[in-house]
Design a protein around this ligand. Structure first.
Ligand SMILES: Nc1nc2c(c(=O)[nH]1)N(C=O)[C@@H](CNc1ccc(C(=O)N[C@@H](CCC(=O)O)C(=O)O)cc1)CN2
Ligand SMILES: Nc1ncnc2c1ncn2[C@@H]1O[C@H](COP(=O)(O)OP(=O)(O)OP(=O)(O)O)[C@@H](O)[C@H]1O
Length: 229
C-alpha cells in the first residue's frame, strides 16, 4: 500500500527536465567569460521554451480566453488612469493572452496604444501607434505590425508576453533578446508588466548579465512582484 507521507514521486509527473545539464558551478548571475556555461543556459532555455509553449497551447482556447480576460482586468487596475499614457502591448501569437481589448480601453480612456516592431535581428524593438482598423503589415514570424507611416513612439508602459517567468520576475521570451535590448536602450525606463498564465511560472530562468527583470508579472491568479532578497 502507498504511504501518504512518502513524498517520493511515483513516476514522472511532468516531462523530463534539462536542469541537470546546466553547469553545477552555476551560482546566480552569469560568468559571461565562461562560454560553455552560456551555451548550457541557451540550450536549456530552448528546451524550456518548447515545453512551455506546448503547455500553453495544450490549455483549451476557452480557458485561455477566460484567463486572458482576468489578466486584462488586473492590468487595467495596475495601469490606472491611461489618459496621456502610451501603452504598448503586442499582437497575440501562439496562445499568448489577447490584450487588444485592453488597448482599446486605453484609447477610450485618452491614452495611446502601441505595438512592438522588430527592425532587425539583435537590435532594440521600436514601437508604433496602433488603433482598431489601422493598416497592418506582416513582421517577423508573420506577426502583424502597424504599417510604415504609423507614428513611432516611446511607451510609458510596456506589456510584455512571457513564455516563462521566475520569482524574481525575469522573463523567458522567444529567444531574440529583443525585450532586454529594448529596455537597455530606452532613454527612460517604462513601467514593465510581464503577462502570462500561471503555467508559465518556473523556479528560475538562470538569469544572465543581459537579463533585465520586469516590475511585476500579471497572471490569471496573481500579480507577482520580485521576491525580496
Ligand atoms: N506577440 C508577440 N509579439 C512580439 C514579441 C512577442 O514575444 N510576442 N516579441 C518579443 O520580443 C517581439 C518578436 N520576438 C521575436 C523573438 C525571436 C525571434 C526569432 O527569430 N527567434 C529565433 C530563435 C533565436 C534563438 O533561439 O537564438 C528563431 O525562431 O529562429 C523572432 C521574434 C516583437 N513582437
Ligand atoms: N542588451 C543586450 N545586449 C547584447 N546582447 C543581448 C542583450 N540582450 C540579450 N542579448 C542576447 O540575445 C540573445 C537572446 O537572449 P534571451 O535568451 O534573453 O532572449 P529572450 O529574452 O528569451 O527573447 P525575446 O526578448 O526576444 O523574447 C542572447 O544570446 C543574449 O546574449
Amino acid at each position: 500500500m502507498s504511504d501518504p507521507n512518502d513524498e517520493t514521486p511515483a513516476g514522472y509527473a511532468s516531462p523530463p527536465c534539462l536542469m541537470h545539464e546546466v553547469d553545477p558551478a552555476y551560482s546566480g548571475l552569469a560568468n559571461t567569460a565562461d562560454p560553455s556555461q552560456k551555451a548550457d543556459v541557451q540550450r536549456w532555455r530552448k528546451a524550456e521554451r518548447d515545453r512551455l509553449v506546448k503547455a500553453r497551447l495544450a490549455a483549451p482556447l476557452e480557458q485561455r480566453k477566460a484567463w486572458g480576460a482576468t489578466i486584462a482586468e488586473r492590468l487595467a487596475d495596475a495601469i490606472g488612469d491611461p489618459a496621456g499614457l502610451t501603452v504598448s502591448a503586442y499582437w497575440p501569437f501562439r496562445g499568448e493572452p489577447d490584450l487588444r481589448g485592453l488597448l482599446k480601453q486605453v484609447i477610450a480612456g485618452g491614452g495611446r496604444a502601441a505595438l512592438p516592431v522588430v527592425v532587425a535581428k539583435a537590435t532594440p524593438l521600436i514601437f508604433r501607434t496602433w488603433e482598431p482598423r489601422a493598416p497592418l503589415e506582416r513582421g517577423v514570424w508573420n506577426i502583424p505590425i502597424p504599417a510604415e507611416g504609423a507614428e513611432e513612439v516611446t511607451p510609458d508602459v510596456v506589456i510584455s508576453p512571457v513564455i516563462g517567468f521566475d520569482p524574481d520576475c525575469y522573463r523567458l521570451g522567444y529567444g531574440g533578446g529583443f525585450f532586454d535590448r529594448t529596455l537597455a536602450a530606452l532613454p527612460q525606463r517604462p513601467r514593465v508588466f510581464g503577462v502570462g498564465f500561471t503555467l508559465a511560472a518556473i523556479p528560475t530562468i538562470y538569469p544572465q548579465a543581459h537579463d533585465i527583470p520586469m516590475d511585476c508579472v500579471v497572471t490569471e491568479e496573481a500579480v507577482v512582484h520580485p521576491r525580496e532578497t
